[in-house]
Design a protein around this ligand. Structure first.
Ligand SMILES: *Cc1c(COP(=O)(O)O)cnc(C)c1O
Length: 393
């Protein structure tokens, strides 16, 4: 192993491409909503592996499912049938209301599958309408529907000619942008990476109607909002809408990498039109099945809703005083997907929170994102709020 965190930092710099800016802590183990670093120091984790660790670290049901499946059959490729994959497909269909699934290994791959499928299902239409502020992933296709020069920068031109960005939370802009070559509209039901941007009630409903009326597919990216994060199994349930295509990943495998693209009846690939070596392998599917079971049995969807409301109540409370601080511009979110927007960059707050035993991260410079494991306790939330207040003061 390593003799000190400094040795880890040094070798990381020497051997790993420097795509990430990380705080100087080395994480070694976790339990529930907490993680421990190199020295055994404990942190309440409000990053949760970026909304991945919904059932918490090392949930025994998930750990056991992985152990058991690993001892039986880890991988066989999609050239053969396996049971966990079919079980998971049935389960996902049940909780999403979608009909058929394609399995992959990450969020961005599920988006790639969705883009390809939308082109195919609309007989070769190529234009996509995406929202300003969107984030859909880092591969070339996903990046081309991701907004902003910061991420696209040196990689332009992407599929640029086929993508039009319209203001988020403005259904008329979508109506105006649709033309005869439009395959699909793609949206996050709440924009995650841009700083937890929650659209007005009714927006997604209106977009759904426009898409149906114009014969354009609606793709919902629930990669970050899925699996109880916003206080419903999927964020679309807040509006009661059904997309034509939906993407999930992040919390699906409780930390085991797996993604999925789901579609309604009649929208599907045929043999050889798409594929993946690892996608939906037995180990990943066993992890996901165990995770979904835990979310259901422990009532984590309801818990997310309750604790999110508890958080909002508590910070609105005068005594807590986050709101009364002029540095705090807005606190918003749904369930345990919460953004605290400051009037200035929040990098310093992140560092100070780590010193006080709390992990948070910063999206789009000025927004503190809180997406803790759904198993976080009220006491832990109290601690997070009081530390935030203390720092921001
Ligand atoms: C994280 C995320 C992605 C990309 O997922 P990866 O697994 O990092 O490829 C896409 N869309 C949304 C909304 C995300 O939050």
């Amino acid at each position: 192993m390593f003799s000190s965190p400094e040795e880890v930092f040094e070798k990381e710099k020497r051997y790993i491409m420097q795509t990430y800016k990380r705080p100087r802590i080395v994480l070694r183990e976790g339990k529930g909503a907490t993680v421990k670093d190199f020295f055994g120091r404990e942190y309440i984790d409000c990053v949760g592996g970026i909304a991945v660790n919904a059932v918490g670290y090392c949930h025994p049901a998930v750990v056991n499912a992985i152990k058991e499946q690993a001892g039986k059959l880890m991988h066989t490729s999609n050239l053969y049938y396996t049971e966990p994959q079919v079980q998971l497909a049935e389960k996902l269909s049940g909780i999403t209301g979608m009909d058929k699934v394609f399995f992959c290994n990450s969020g961005t791959e599920s988006i790639e599958a969705a883009l390809k499928l939308a082109c195919k299902a609309t007989f070769g239409k190529r234009k996509f309408i995406a929202a300003e502020g969107s984030f859909h992933g880092r591969t070339l296709g996903s990046l081309s529907i991701t907004f902003g020069t910061k991420l696209r920068g040196v990689f332009e031109p992407l599929l640029r000619d086929g993508v039009e960005f319209v203001p988020y939370n403005n259904a008329d802009a979508i109506r105006d942008a649709i033309d005869t070559n439009t395959a699909a509209v793609i949206l996050e039901p709440i924009q995650g990476e841009t700083g937890i941007v929650v659209p007005s009630a009714g927006y997604l409903n209106e977009v759904r109607e426009i898409c149906s009326e114009k014969g354009v597919l609606l793709i919902l990216d629930e990669i970050q909002t899925g699996f109880g994060r916003t206080g419903k199994w999927f964020c679309k349930e807040h509006e009661g809408i059904e997309p034509d295509i939906m993407t999930v990943a992040k919390a699906l495998g409780a930390g085991f990498p797996i993604g999925a693209m789901l579609a309604k009846e009649g929208i599907e690939f045929e043999t050889s039109e798409h594929g993946s070596t690892f996608g939906g392998n037995p180990l990943a599917c066993a992890a996901a099945l165990a995770s979904i079971k835990v979310i259901k049995e422990e009532g984590l969807v309801e818990q997310s809703s309750e604790l999110g409301a508890y958080f909002m109540e508590k910070v609105h409370d005068e005594g807590i005083g986050l709101y009364s601080n002029p540095v705090v511009k807005e606190i918003r979110g749904k369930g345990l997907m919460i953004g605290v927007e400051l009037t200035k960059p929040c990098g310093e707050v992140v560092d100070k929170a780590i010193e006080r035993g709390i992990l948070i991260n910063c999206t789009s410079d000025t927004v503190i994102r809180l997406v803790p494991p759904l198993v976080i306790s009220k006491e832990q939330i109290d601690r997070v709020i009081s530390v935030l207040c203390e720092i921001i003061k």
